[in-house]
Design a protein around this ligand. Structure first.
Ligand SMILES: C[S@@+](CC[C@H](N)C(=O)[O-])C[C@H]1O[C@@H](n2cnc3c(N)ncnc32)[C@H](O)[C@@H]1O
Length: 236
């Protein structure tokens, strides 16, 4: 499968599987996988897969690049947001309320697997079912790219706590909460990084209004919910 065929299959999958991500955001993630140096061993991790709209495309890229995808999800949808009230400080243009309810993104594992078998490469995917704080501590594989699409600060915190030590140097963890202030603030939170991972905060590229993947209809220009943190040398 060459890159053009991959693009065509991705576009078909995007039309066929309900997804939380926009197509341009999926393209950005996939291009990141395609350009990872082969010498940089490690799997791809998706935390929050819903019905697998993005997973199917990640698995196609994994097939092309000989990598494996690990997905983590409870399949229970969004939990209650336990972000403390005082973390909801709003910067201009930065969302403070996610707006999700517990009815959002409920999916069945059977539907996820059906989509993956029909549109992706299931042999490239391992599913870890359950809440992140139960499944991620059991996971010990080296990771070349992580992606958390569960939007709340708590979910990002548990993913960073468990996955950051396994992330290879110069590799990235993407988040789909870059335009949600309590999430983006976490990536700059000196106390949290020092206490939890004994390192300095990496910051978040795209914090505030996200990477420019989607044209906004207002005056903000190109935005998205997408951002990433890079693990630099000595980033533990
Ligand atoms: C926005 S959806 C993911 C969308 C998906 N990445 C896509 O592109 O279609 C969020 C997912 O995260 C899962 N989720 C949220 N918080 C979680 C947690 N603490 N543990 C496990 N799964 C969680 C939900 O069940 C839901 O499937």
């Amino acid at each position: 499968m060459d890159n053009l065929l991959l693009l065509a299959r991705m576009a078909r999958n995007y039309r066929s599987i309900p997804a939380g991500m926009r197509f341009s955001e999926q393209l950005l993630l996939i291009s990141e996988i395609l350009t990872l140096p082969r010498s940089k061993k490690g799997c791809i991790v998706e935390c929050g897969c819903y019905l697998g709209g993005t997973t199917a495309n990640l698995s196609l890229a994994a097939e092309l690049t000989d990598r494996h995808v690990h997905v983590f999800d409870s399949f229970d949808g969004m939990p209650e947001d336990s972000t403390p009230e005082d973390a909801h400080i709003v910067g201009e243009g930065v969302g403070s309320e996610s707006g999700w309810t517990t009815d959002d993104y409920v999916a069945s594992r059977a539907d996820f697997e059906r989509y993956l078998h029909r549109y992706g490469c299931p042999q490239r995917v391992t599913i870890h079912e359950g809440p992140f704080d139960e499944t991620l501590p059991e996971f010990s594989e080296e990771c070349a790219l992580g992606y958390v699409d569960a939007d709340y600060r708590d979910a990002n915190a548990i993913v960073l706590e468990e996955l950051w030590p396994q992330l290879k140097e110069d590799c990235r963890i993407y988040t789909h909460g870059a335009d949600f202030y309590p999430v983006s603030q976490l990536y700059f939170d000196r106390d949290w990084w020092q206490t939890t991972l004994d390192t300095s905060p990496p910051g978040l590229v795209g914090a505030g209004s996200g990477l420019g993947c989607i044209p906004s209809d207002g005056s903000k220009g190109w935005t998205s919910s997408f951002g990433y943190a890079v693990k630099e040398a000595d980033g533990r």
